[in-house]
Design a protein around this ligand. Structure first.
Ligand code: KG4
Ligand code: ZN
Length: 342
């Protein structure tokens, strides 16, 4: 089954062609970062307008480059939520219209389901069941994944998402959006141990997270260094290092706890923050010591992309998922409300 995937939930237009037998055939990504950079964050109306300009030409180009005719397409998958409503509506209305014109089924994919299945695009895909750590700009969640569509929330952030914390910390240091890769790059030159940042909520039982205290701690540390006239490039790198270390060790402690609580041996990490090298290394070490295994996608499939949406849609359509023809998007959409498929 060959599925065309369309991702337009935020500031990235992603298009892909995924075949259940042959795997990922082609994908393309257009990032709107340049469009939003002067505002320090995503401007929803600008995002929607850019998706309108880019989506259809990108589909045409990708199909031409991959030499795929419309008659070869068996289904269309588009992101139906969660995300920015205007941006979602662009992909949803285009996806539905193409499906109607080509007389194939369409499926509205949950963006976070796309993320958590993305490691299945790789050569050594994780088998169900597993624990998933979803860490993006909008979500920090630990989920027990029994099978496709069967998700139980184990814990989540009570305030800021992990990616959001990276973005805000970067902004405080005068670094551009998105801040995660910027902090990670800066942290490479940082000296370990110069600053000791708190690990929020690790001493409390349970699997919830909180990152707002860490944000305040970062803000206060920067202010103190400024007062002491110490805020040079090295100090910034040392702060970035301590911040990254605190987020990574907090996430690692909670992942270890989730594996223990569920008795599962496979951990999947997904979402933009799962591209973080230090997080991957820390989870490799932790899972090896637990006789468990961690799975992640290559960096370009950790952040938003069309491939994960095409994959999730293809797995759903293949499992018999059907839905009404209406164009429906859900800016807020709990993962646990998804339809379970055998
Ligand atoms: O999944 P994603 O592309 O978009 C959302 O659905 O939110 O995640 C974007 C988030 C941003 O907050 C970005 O700063 C963060 O992922 N991110 C990273 C890294 N790459 C992206 N955070 C830490 N380290 C990275 N290497
Ligand atoms: Zn995302």
């Amino acid at each position: 089954m060959l599925v065309l995937g369309i991702e337009t939930s935020c500031d990235e237009t992603g298009i892909a062609l995924y075949d259940t037998e042959r795997g990922l055939l082609a994908d393309a990504l257009h990032s709107q970062i340049d469009l939003h950079v002067e505002y320090g964050g995503v401007v929803p109306e600008l995002a929607s307008r850019d998706h309108i300009r880019k989506t259809l030409p990108m589909i045409r180009q990708l199909m031409a480059e991959a030499d795929i005719d419309k008659d070869a397409i068996d289904g269309i998958a588009y992101t139906a939520g969660p995300g920015l409503i205007g941006a979602l509506l662009v992909g949803a209305s285009l996806g539905r219209s193409l499906a109607m014109a080509w007389n194939v089924p369409a499926v509205g994919v949950h963006h976070m389901e796309g993320h958590l299945l993305a490691p299945m695009l790789e050569d050594n895909p994780p088998a169900f069941p597993f624990v998933a750590l979803l860490v993006s700009g909008g979500h920090t969640q630990l989920v027990e994944v029994k099978q496709l569509g069967d998700y139980t929330l184990l814990g989540e952030s009570l305030d800021d998402a992990a990616g959001e914390a990276f973005d805000k910390a970067a902004k405080m240091m005068g670094l551009p959006y998105p801040g995660g890769p910027q902090i990670a790059r800066l942290a490479k030159d940082g000296v370990e141990g110069r600053f000791d940042f708190p690990r929020p909520m690790v001493n409390r039982p349970g699997l919830d997270f909180s990152f707002s205290g860490l944000k305040t701690f970062t803000k206060n540390t920067i202010a103190q260094c400024q007062r002491d006239q110490l805020l040079n490039e090295q100090t910034k790198a040392d702060i970035a290092r301590a911040f990254e270390e605190a987020v990574v060790s907090t996430l690692t402690i909670k992942c270890k706890r989730a594996l223990k609580q569920t008795g599962l041996k496979r951990l999947v990490i997904a979402g933009g923050v799962s591209a973080n090298q230090r997080l991957r290394e820390s989870l490799e070490t932790m899972t090896a010591a637990q006789q468990s295994q961690v799975y992640y996608a290559r960096p370009e499939y950790c952040t938003d992309n069309g491939a994960m949406i095409a994959l999730a849609g293809a797995l759903r359509l293949e499992a018999g998922h059907v839905e009404p023809l209406e164009v429906k998007v859900r800016p807020r959409w709990p993962l646990e409300e998804l339809e379970q498929l055998a």
